[in-house]
Design a protein around this ligand. Sequence first.
Ligand SMILES: [Zn+2]
Length: 425
Amino acid sequence: MAAMQDRIHDWVQRERAVILDSLRYIVGINTENLAPNGNERAGQLAVAAMLRALNCEVDVYEISTVPGLLEHPRYWAARPCTGRPNVMAIRHGVGGGRSLMFSSHMDTVPVGPDPWRHAPWGGEVADGRLWGLGAYDMKGGLVASTLVVKALNDLGIRLRGDLMIESVVDEEFGGCNGTLAARLKYNADLAIVPEPTNLTVCPAHHGGFMLRVTFEGKPGWSFSPEHPVDPIIAVAHFVNLLNEWAAHRMRTVTVPDIYRDNHKLPVLINQLKAGDVTQPFFADRVPGNAWLTLWAETYAGMTQAQVLADLQAFYRNAQATDAVLAEFEPTFTPIRWLDGSAFATDHAGVELLARLTSEVRRQPALVQGALFACDGHIFNLYSPTPMVLLGPTGGGPHSPDEYIVIDDYLDLVEIFIRTAIEWCG
Ligand SMILES: [Zn+2]
């Protein structure tokens, strides 16, 4: 085994340029998820071609054709899926071993309005990092999984179990249709989802609740005896209230054991609309309404009804002491709910990933819940495939100048190759 470990380590070091070129190539393909229709096709065809060239059996399939998808309770009809193919590549084992799936999403968030120092589709290498939109979330993980196949081929290693490399569409912004279609069609004894976890082994992940809260006022301007009611003042008070609610949740929710050392449940405000901003100089009135959209993270087992009731009760309590909020009864409009999920930390797959991460990194691996929501719940709650998250080190997800750390990335590739060999046999 030691000889095999050395061969794998040497392969990764020797192939450093190929590894980075492969990632640069996929980062260089624009796959911004411009909701609702997406933009993954070119990326999916490219990764399918890569895997075909590595002698995998490759299935590029329209997700809308998967039986049971459109009727599934977790199918999100607001997100059209035509022209958005998933990719599944299988390197068949010789039989008698466990199957392993690496599952990644091809879509990235939109590049956004903020300036980048490094070209978003350039894949520039500088300062020990590879920069680019999606490098960290999660083309790094996707490309690392394709390189497992190349390593096994180059080293002449046959596995007993099947190795499955998957690239799905439309994961960002609470999309799960691609993953759901995939789990209705293909399953494995274990899945690794290489979302960016900074090399932490994560057998659990957050869920989240996207919610719009609208305050209705009385539009107008102040000519006595008119009395406009400005909903912007209410929103200002509500923003403060959300900070207090976030602190209240931190104190009151039941913290799963796997989050004992990293308990965080952020409440983020990602949109705020108030007043007519199309006017060139200024608007001539206080607006009739104002709203904000918030994202509240959750743990496995929480429900949308519980979280909404908790926020509404917190609002009602605040009305007793806040004269502004007392005047407003906002409308709470749910936009999207994603479940958190978790599976057993003593599962053989978690133990294997923790051991191999510790060995390759030469320090004890961190095993904790992931601090973000993702499509993992589709695996754990709606399929027979258990899922663990383990992905690259880096920064800037959903923001300018996203990157991965190259040396750590090579370690990740090494961990993945060794995991495939040990898991599949
Ligand atoms: Zn992601």
